[in-house]
Write a protein that binds this ligand. Structure first.
Ligand code: NDP
Length: 249
């Protein structure tokens, strides 16, 4: 176990799979106590067991980030158990790609509620705790889709552009209080994200494209970027990281 983050407390949303799971493991391996938040409790328990078997410290807090009560409970349980929120990784997300003229409104709503409003509300709930501390760090997982819009991705693009704008605005409000903000913008990462795409044709295109035309990133590649940002000295604020597979155009 390394100790760069010893004594720090990190909440990771979407910790039940993919980037969130890898990030929770990587922060725990650096000594942070991690709070695992997502809907699937069984998956969170499995992640927590792995972390504790490696000598780390993990708390499972089943959370739906679209529910205000869950968000408040997540913050309250973290503070009860560990007394602080040093790192908040807002990573939970869904990517329901469709052309707008074929999109279900429910999918648009879900993307906004999980990727954007959930992230905003959890940041809002955690901020008063962070402001009582000397330092804290908010890491928001955006995407290349937060910088470049494209067909079949209007709803998803809207959420990730929103994440970038929200994060920069909050940065300006709290950076002089010792609260750092980092936007993480991954290109293609091999996770479960693509499996939930409702349009079968788009899903197949994305899955084939990822396997045939490039070596996609692994969740651990993004976890390493997050670890880099949160282990910098306090006077260094890594505001934004764009990370693509080398062979992704
Ligand atoms: P996964 O599908 O593996 O992970 C998504 C996570 O979000 C899961 O842990 C899921 O947990 C959680 N989640 C979904 N809905 C909710 C909800 N309502 N409340 C709480 N948690 C929720 O995909 P990734 O790891 O790839 O995705 C993580 C982030 O990375 C997302 O924000 C995504 O947009 C972003 N990203 C991914 C890229 C990629 O190519 N994979 C590229 C760029 C960005 P559960 O179902 O248990 O609730």
């Amino acid at each position: 176990l390394e100790s760069e983050l010893a004594g720090e407390v990190a909440i990771v949303t979407g910790a039940s799979s993919g980037i969130g799971e890898a990030t929770a493991e990587s922060l725990a391996a650096r000594g942070a106590s991690v709070v695992l938040a997502a809907r699937r409790a069984d998956e969170l328990e499995a992640v927590a067991e792995r972390i504790t078997s490696e000598g780390g410290d993990a708390l499972v807090t089943p959370t739906d980030v679209t529910e205000d009560d869950d968000i408040d409970a997540l913050v309250a349980e973290t503070v009860d158990e560990f007394g602080a929120i040093d790192i908040l990784v807002n990573n939970a997300g869904v990517m329901l790609l469709e052309r707008l003229d074929e999109a279900a409104r429910e999918h648009l709503r879900q993307m906004i509620e999980v990727n954007l409003l959930g992230l905003m509300n959890l940041t809002h709930a955690a901020l008063p705790i962070m402001q009582e501390q000397d330092t804290a760090h908010i890491v928001n997982v955006s995407s290349t889709a937060g910088r470049q819009a494209g067909a079949k991705s209007s709803g998803y693009n809207a959420t990730k552009f929103g994440v970038n704008a929200f994060t920069e605005a909050v940065r300006q409000e709290v950076t002089t209080e010792g609260i750092r903000t980092t936007i993480i913008e991954p290109g293609a990462v091999d996770t479960e994200l693509q499996e939930h795409i409702p349009d079968e044709e788009i899903k197949q295109q994305i899955e084939e494209g990822m396997l045939e035309s490039m070596t996609p990133l692994e969740s651990e590649d993004i976890a390493r970027a997050i670890a880099y940002a949160v282990t910098q000295p306090q006077h260094v604020n890594v505001n934004e990281m764009l990370i693509r597979p080398t062979d992704q155009q």
